[in-house]
Design a protein around this ligand. Sequence first.
Ligand SMILES: Cc1cc2nc3c(=O)[nH]c(=O)nc-3n(C[C@H](O)[C@H](O)[C@H](O)COP(=O)(O)OP(=O)(O)OC[C@H]3O[C@@H](n4cnc5c(N)ncnc54)[C@H](O)[C@@H]3O)c2cc1C
Length: 458
Amino acid sequence: MPGDKIFLRDGSRIAIIGGGPAGCFFANFALRQARLRGIKVHVTIFEGRDFTRADHQACNMSVGVLAERLREKLDWQGITIPQRCIQAEIQGYQFFTQDDYMSLEHPVPGHRPRIVSVFRGGGPVHSHMKEDVSFDHFLLRFVEGQGAQVIKGGVKDIVLPGHPEGKVSLMFGNGEELEADLVVGAFGVNTPTGDIFARMHFGYVPPKTLKTCIVDARLGRDFIKEHYRDNIYVFALGTDEVEFASFTPKGDYLTIGLVGKRDISTPELRGFLNHPVVKKALPQGTEVLKDCCVCFPRIPVGPAHQPYWDRLVVVGDAGISRSYKNGVESAFMTSYLATNTVFERGLSREALKGGYYEPAIKLIARDNFYGRLVFKAFSLITSQRQILSERLYYAYAHREKWIADRLNAALWNLVTGDAAYKEVFKELFHPRLQFALLPVTLEGLVRQILGMKKKRNL
Ligand SMILES: Cc1cc2nc3c(=O)[nH]c(=O)nc-3n(C[C@H](O)[C@H](O)[C@H](O)COP(=O)(O)OP(=O)(O)OC[C@H]3O[C@@H](n4cnc5c(N)ncnc54)[C@H](O)[C@@H]3O)c2cc1C
């Protein structure tokens, strides 16, 4: 390793493009690894947003639920989310279909989930937060405290060296330039920076994306506490436009998140808000879209092509991310794998392929295949009202039984992201479960064909 120019050495510089979760996690791991090895590595993060402001430009748009698995990982790194950033400590989930709803419980009886909701920016548009509530700003300050340098402003261009021993040049600000031994792309999927990487012609193609929708509606802290009781509401209404939707309590605000099979825009949002089940779950007579904060961010629905090259690696959403769930945790995992690789195996494309890309694809992208199967099956079942109703009623009525516990566990793991999609798939399609549900499924099918409706509250 000593003398090998394609490794990080004492005095090397890492330039990270993007100070969202992936960029901050990479900086955290890199600074720790360098300390462990007794070398000094300069870490510079470029970030275009000012997370302290309360507007769209200041926010890495997300529903902002931080799952238990992520919190365990943050604990391991000594990263404690300050109380001022926590908007709600989530107690549980309520699962709504067209006809029924059920409370989902943690599969381990008596376990209190450590799930919290946060704002990613300085709060919704027009909000006046008394404190700095931004989770992303907290992370950025945390890694600054560890020794990272933060440069405010966007990277405009990147020039790769002519040979692997040369440095990478980054252009930013008013014609300023910085040379780095390693460039980390942690730029997400909601800016045009992916095009800069694609234009370098080393093979990077940004992930395919879908347009989603997020609304922060100001309903008032008391109303939210009283009605939602720190529960997340999940809606699977079997409509064509919206596959999954959620209500997440956050202090004075209720965050409404929508994900569809296709891009979501205002008509789909209005259609969802006018659905009778949704209307019932909102305060009567309130125009939710009045004075609210609405955005339509993109989520990745597949991995990027070739997110690595000599001295260059792309992590987080812009690289490889879990579909629909736990994006911040994927940012953590991809940054962890990538940092270990650059310190242990080096900065060459071969090292990054074997140490980062292939394991990340195995861990995240292959699991997304099962995720797609689960969501497809779910979409099909939720659109069959009577069948779904019979199956959910069965789960409720037999709560103490193995079958009911299994269904509850599968749904819990699906909505929280606590288990890999492969595990959820195995739970949902367990032969014993499917066999037990067969009679009620057939009953539901017959009712559906005959147009007979059986309404129950679960
Ligand atoms: C509707 C929706 C709901 C979601 N809900 C959740 C949830 O509840 N929980 C969860 O864990 N995840 C959720 N996610 C996913 C989560 O937001 C992302 O996975 C996560 O933010 C990815 O982190 P990142 O750092 O890779 O990218 P980002 O968070 O997008 O950060 C990228 C950063 O790079 C900066 N940047 C880009 N280009 C440049 C440049 N040229 N120069 C300087 N800076 C640049 C941007 O300003 C930004 O700050 C949700 C996403 C959506 C769309």
